[in-house]
Structure formats: C-alpha cells, structure tokens
Design a binder for this molecule. Sequence first.
Ligand SMILES: NC(=O)c1ccc[n+]([C@@H]2O[C@H](COP(=O)([O-])OP(=O)(O)OC[C@H]3O[C@@H](n4cnc5c(N)ncnc54)[C@H](O)[C@@H]3O)[C@@H](O)[C@H]2O)c1
Ligand SMILES: [Zn+2]
Ligand SMILES: [Zn+2]
Length: 354
Amino acid sequence: MKETMIAAFLPGDSTVEMRTVPVPVPGHGEVLLRMKASTICGSDIRCIYHEHLGKGPEGYQGVIAGHEPCGQIVAAGEGCRRFKTGDRVIVYHISGCGVCNDCRRGYMISCTSEKYRRAYGWQRDGGMAEYMVAEEKDLIALPDELTYADGAQVACGFGTVYEGLEKIGINGNCAVLITGLGPVGLATGALCRKLGAQQIIGIDVVPERMKIAIDLGLCDAVMASGPDNVAEVKRLTGGCGVERAVDCSANPAARATAIRATRKWGKIVFLGEGGTVEFNPSPDIIHDQKTIYGSWVTSTWLMEELVERLVRWNLHPAEIITHRFPLERAGEAYALMASGKCGKVAVCQDEELA
Ligand SMILES: NC(=O)c1ccc[n+]([C@@H]2O[C@H](COP(=O)([O-])OP(=O)(O)OC[C@H]3O[C@@H](n4cnc5c(N)ncnc54)[C@H](O)[C@@H]3O)[C@@H](O)[C@H]2O)c1
Ligand SMILES: [Zn+2]
Ligand SMILES: [Zn+2]
C-alpha cells in the first residue's frame, strides 16, 4: 500500500486544488476504500465550488471533496461486523451519531448530534481521492449487477429522488412534471419510468439538458422555462395538469409552476434546495386539495431497497453520466458541472475509467 495519494479540495473560488496527502488508515469500525467513482452534485457547485456559502449541515470544512462515493474495500479496521476486504460498496454520504432518533430511523442525514454528524465531502473527507475512509455503518452493499458508477449515483441523487417519489407515490395513473433537468431531474425521469408513470414532462433553461432528457427517453415532452409553462403542461394533460410534480431546480418560478401545473388532489415534492417560492395558498393549494412535500436525501434502509429495485428493473443510473474524468482532471469535471452543459459528471478510477 502506498503512503500518499492525490485528493481534490475546493477552495471556493471556482477552482479545484489537487493536493498530495497521506493515505488514511481505517480506525475501529471503519474501512479503507479504493475509490472507483465519485460524482458531482448540484449542491457541491451551489454551496462549495463557487463560494463557501453553506451553513450547518451544508458547511464545507476544507476536507477532501465529494459526497457521492462508491468503491471497493481494500482494508477493514478492527471491529467491522459485516463488510470485508473485496466488498463493493456505496457510501451513504452522511455519517451520523448512530444513536439519536433520526439515526435510529436510518435518516443519518438529519442526525441531531452536533458533535458526531459529519457528511463526507463536507465535514469529513469525501470521495474525490484515490482512497477514502468510511464508517462501516454508512455502507450499502453494491450488487454485482451494478457498476461503481451506478452506485455513486445512488449515494445522493437517485437515493434522494427515490425517497421523494416514495413520499408522493408514482404509478401508472400519473402524469409527472419535473422542473429542472439537472442530474436530480434526470434521475427523477428514470425512476418515474420504472415506477410506471405514463407521461413525463420536463422543464429546464439549458437546451443541452432538455436534449439529454429526450435522447435518453427520460421525458416524453420538454419545454423551456417561461411564463406559459402552466398552460403548456395543462394542454399536454387534457386541460387538467399533472397528478405529480417534482421540483429539482430550486428556482422560485419553476417551483411555482410545479405547484400550479399540478391538478386537483395532486402532490408536489420539493427536492431542489435553497432559495424561495411565492404562491397563493387558497387558489394554488387549498381549494384544489393539493399537498406539498419536502424531502431530504433518504434513509440507509430505503437506499438498500433502491439498489435491489435497480437490479430488478435493469436500471443503470450511470446512464445519466455524460462525462467521465480521471482524478487528476477533477478541475475540468467541476467546471463542466458548473456550466450545466452536461448530464451527470463523474471522476473515476480503474475499470470505471476504461
Ligand atoms: N433534497 C435533497 O436531499 C437534495 C439532494 C441532492 C440535491 N439536491 C438539490 O437538488 C437540486 C438539483 O440538483 P442537481 O444536481 O440536478 O443540480 P443542478 O443545479 O445541475 O440542476 C438544477 C437544474 O435546474 C435548472 N433550472 C434553473 N432554473 C430553472 C427554471 N426557471 N426552470 C426550470 N429549470 C431551471 C438548471 O438549468 C439545472 O439544469 C439542487 O438544488 C441540489 O442542491 C437536493
Ligand atoms: Zn448531493
Ligand atoms: Zn444521530
């Protein structure tokens, strides 16, 4: 085993700094992973890359970047109970205290321990490196049928979307509107298809992203964001609007569209983070009996369920990856993701780069 490795850090001025650091040693209950795939999330760009804007759970503490890690165990520390060298694993990207109520429900994302809650790539070293240490309790087994790049998508994006879709319920009765066709919006299209949605409509502002959604068959219709979106969605849905809407944009206008283009008794889930929204409670939700949900990441148990479903559905989340870069070129990867002219962007090693 080598003693040093290269790793990517985000100084917060729209650049990536590659540093040589010691290869970490796994402690009790921890494993050392050979990183295979580590993908970039919209949150990395919004809260860290351009500027360190995040606070609390989104506060970046100068650690190795990357909160969507997937790799292979090359060493297991003392006290590991299930996982061993050679296992292929996804890292649930928030390490919680393990004993608060949220952690006990599997939602380490909302762990209430100020001292022990640390997210990979935010408050503890993440996946943009040759190796990474993770706690065994944060690992999800990656089935043989899925690639490491598939697994990296589950660590945040697909896991988040699956949770949100479970909350609103998607089935063959549903027409679905997706506002924002970044990686989270594309994942929504992919999962809605497998859950049986009959009509999927997407809205974005970036033509490249609208094209990817159509080319990959993740949306049946796409439209550029604009003031006529509600009328356009109603026209495509027999004048009624969609049964379900998922906001993956965080944009105030797009959020309002998601609410207003949803029909009576419909359900809306907000996944996009930050910002605001304005709507009129009586006409927009109350009188139409609509429900708005918020959804933050997912639980470890639902993530396990998702990987099982992905195999059953033969759905490979890596299909939404449009660009792969070697670790040394992580700077180009972040710059591309920040431009928006891409699907998912991945930093890969070994077989995932071939
Ligand atoms: N809830 C959670 O747990 C969770 C988890 C992961 C990511 N997120 C958030 O989800 C959002 C999407 O993540 P992503 O990785 O796809 O990021 P992204 O920034 O790549 O995607 C956002 C998309 O919205 C589009 N958009 C901007 N304005 C729009 C408008 N007016 N109408 C329609 N689309 C518009 C953008 O062009 C972009 O394609 C981000 O806000 C991210 O922080 C939330
Ligand atoms: Zn994320
Ligand atoms: Zn906790």
